[in-house]
Design a protein around this ligand. Structure first.
Ligand SMILES: [Zn+2]
Length: 406
């Protein structure tokens, strides 16, 4: 839908892209990240690799441990490429991240578009949203409206941090024989995780090194990080896909419910007088629904598995805020923010909505436990890392400039 008196989409899109690329260049100059030659080609090549590595299996497509309906997956491949094209990343985008985010954005857009949603959001709305990553260390994604286009930028450091968190927590699970005897399964019991953490120092060390590397070297990639064993790759992938999709869906929620509502493109459910906190809760509720719907439609996943990544993302963000606070004044309790409700309240909303939406009240609580296992495991790791980190801050080692040059 074009708005009378406004220029056509392409110059506006160009302006929004320039704005995002300017922000990326600015953060790259502080973090020292080098530029990429032809980033759009690199991102499309990643998308291509994903497609060529997939295996056809009758009416399905298999990618690693995951199995998708072939038609749905081909739709998602196409949409992923279209989103990369729409963004047309600049030299300071990380093309590898952009491809992963574009795939999650594609999942959200497809699930909310006709024919999967009825009436669904019309295609011209999506052409007014672009996504990207920056070197800025922050938990909340950055969003701005530029020339009528919503620019969403997620912290590349936060993506790394979520990945390393998924890895650390999956390695803290005790393997057990699966009930069907076919595949390996993991225990979600806290006492089993404690036993693993007592006998294997790696998950705690990985998580601590990830944080200290981010703080002192500017990027959360721990020197101790090694490739996870094959049996952990599927749960890690599930967590990271779910986390990225939830974080993006939250921002799409702001785009559709708040930023673009003046354009008359979408009828918003909230009122113009909502407080900042109400807007955050509305974006979380939107994200929860989008993750459930897109995971059911495109990933053949039940809600509690689809939302494990969302719960983990909330926990990583909560930990990030505590760490960020520790760097500034050494205390461990973030002050109450005027713009964002605390994460424990946001997690409580997700839990409440999950139980309310569940078709069977008898099993809702039990299924909810399944959704929360990863965030509880991560919390167990964090409880061990936290005192070590507090000691680290006592030494007063200087932080990397990305933390101090805001
Ligand atoms: Zn938000």
């Amino acid at each position: 839908m074009s708005v009378p008196g406004e220029p056509p989409v392409s110059p506006r899109l160009a302006e929004a892209r320039r704005f995002l690329q300017g922000r990326q260049a600015n953060w790259a100059s502080r973090s020292g990240a080098p530029p990429t030659d032809d980033p759009i080609a690199v991102a499309q090549r990643r998308a291509n690799e994903r497609e060529t590595n997939a295996v056809r299996d009758g009416a399905f497509i298999r990618e690693g441990a995951f199995k998708y309906d072939a038609t749905d997956e081909e739709d998602r491949w196409l949409r992923t490429r279209q989103i990369i094209e729409r963004v047309s990343p600049g030299p300071f985008e990380d093309p590898r991240y952009l491809e992963m985010l574009a795939r999650q954005a594609a999942s959200i857009e497809l699930a909310l578009s006709p024919p999967r949603a009825n009436p669904g959001i019309p295609p011209e709305v999506w052409s007014r949203i672009i996504i990207g990553t920056t070197g800025e260390p922050r938990s909340e994604a950055y969003s701005a409206v530029v020339a009528g286009t919503v620019v969403l930028a997620i912290s590349g450091g936060m993506m790394d941090f979520m990945y390393q968190s998924a890895k650390a927590l999956a390695l803290a699970w005790q393997a057990k024989p699966a009930s069907d005897g076919a595949t390996l399964s993991f225990s979600g019991r806290p006492e089993d995780t404690e036993a693993v953490l007592n006998s294997d120092p790696y998950p705690v060390r990985l998580f601590r090194d990830t944080l200290t590397s981010w703080l002192y070297r500017g990027r959360p990639t721990a020197p101790s990080s090694v490739m996870p064993p094959p049996d952990r790759q599927a749960p890690i992938q599930l967590l990271i896909n779910g986390a990225e999709r939830f974080v993006l869906a939250h921002e799409y929620g702001h785009a559709l419910l708040h930023h673009l509502k003046g354009a008359g493109l979408f009828s918003p459910a909230d009122s113009p007088n909502d407080s900042p906190w109400d807007k955050e809760f509305a974006a979380d509720a939107f994200a929860l629904m989008s993750v459930i719907e897109s995971s059911a439609a495109l990933d053949r996943l039940p809600p509690n598995m689809a939302l494990q990544g969302a719960a983990m993302a909330m926990k990583t963000h909560e930990i990030f805020d505590v760490v960020f606070h520790m760097t500034s004044d050494g205390s461990t309790t973030p002050e109450e923010s005027a713009t964002h409700p605390p994460f424990f309240q946001r997690i409580a909303l997700l839990e409440r909505m999950y139980v309310e939406l569940h078709p069977d009240p008898e099993t809702a609580r039990q299924d909810l436990e399944g959704m929360l296992v990863p965030s509880r495991t991560l919390d167990q790791i964090w409880q061990r890392v936290r005192p070590e980190l507090a000691e680290e801050f006592q030494v007063g080692r200087p932080l990397h400039p990305v933390w101090t040059s805001t």
